[in-house]
Design a protein around this ligand. Sequence first.
Ligand SMILES: Cc1cc2nc3c(=O)[nH]c(=O)nc-3n(C[C@H](O)[C@H](O)[C@H](O)COP(=O)(O)OP(=O)(O)OC[C@H]3O[C@@H](n4cnc5c(N)ncnc54)[C@H](O)[C@@H]3O)c2cc1C
Length: 378
Amino acid sequence: MKRDLDVTSAYDEFRSMVVRITRERVVPHAATIDREARPPLEAVAAFREAGLMGLPFPEALGGQDGDLMTQTIAVEEVSRGCASSGLTLMTGWAALDPLARFGSESLKAQILPSVASGEKIAGWCLTEPHGGSNVAGIKTRARLERGQWVIDGTKRFITNAGWAEWYLVLAKTDEKSMGIFMVHKDDPGIRFGKQEDKMGLRGSPTADVIFEDCRIPEDRVVGDAIGGYARMMVSLSISRPLIAAQALGIAQGALDEAVAYTKTRSPFGQPVSRYQLTRAMVADMAVKVEASRAVLYQAVQMIESDPEKARVFASMAKLLCSDTAMEVTTQAVQLHGGYGYLKDYPVERMMRDAKITQIYEGTNQIQRMIIAKHVYQD
Ligand SMILES: Cc1cc2nc3c(=O)[nH]c(=O)nc-3n(C[C@H](O)[C@H](O)[C@H](O)COP(=O)(O)OP(=O)(O)OC[C@H]3O[C@@H](n4cnc5c(N)ncnc54)[C@H](O)[C@@H]3O)c2cc1C
């Protein structure tokens, strides 16, 4: 069977557009938002103008109907220049994916258009203080009381907390069931913790979202109040490849920087790019980046055709791309010598940003557990 190796050639024009936006409107602010620990407002303005904030959503609701490969390419290319901006782009998509798939028409019409246009920001709330790896063990509760859902619980490490208007919240509705709820930041009983002081992704806000007797209308449940866990698993098999794309972008960005730097640095009279040791390091970095890209794009193609069967491949792509990001950024710092340790060079930020990709959206230990379960079929 003939295989089309150049799986993304149909997306070349789109990729070029994102590369240009990233170069002109994202990269110039990447070091500043990292230093000031503030959201990437300049990048969001550029994404809004280009229609990227609503890329995956239906056109009828203000989106672009972009498939998963389009989203993957967008996150990869933005993250190549700035991982915080890449996360900002994808978080609203992930947060509203369950709503777009399973929500009622009226709830979609109420929320999606303003997020798709970029006028409003969204976040998603799964993780809790006692342990994010165990999504089935969440303690946040939602109960129906006189025509309103009442939510109690704390969600930890929530991207866009305090900045976003809309929050998707996973909560238990009884011992065995979960529901997904849409909460607005002006609803009574929602508040936010302090902004976390992070190692990396400092241009992306992270904080607790706390629900105390938080009351929302009954129709803000996504689908029904029973099958929320299964719906969230479907959305996670979409968002994991996007985290993989973020990691891949970071790795490619660090490789680009390392290649450029080693061509110009000449401590012994000729560029370090001429030494075999350097070339072997760069060759290994390039192989890891290309192998990660191949696995990610294949996973994306499989997810497009059968998300249920492809779930394990989403885990493989997330694991491989994030481990690659950590290794390649570490080597890129090494190839910069002492200068790689300074904030003056982007590889320092890239190495800090890479670490989280091995942790969030399911740690890499959790991905290995999922993959091993698939391999053993147990
Ligand atoms: C910057 C940032 C942004 C984030 N954004 C969001 C967000 O927007 N929304 C959201 O819901 N969450 C978000 N998270 C949370 C993130 O997804 C969790 O931190 C992650 O899932 C891990 O959960 P935890 O930190 O509680 O670690 P824990 O679950 O406490 O795990 C601790 C360690 O134990 C390991 N471990 C746990 N269980 C097992 C096991 N069974 N076998 C082997 N090892 C195990 C883990 O791999 C890890 O190494 C974010 C986190 C950060 C830091």
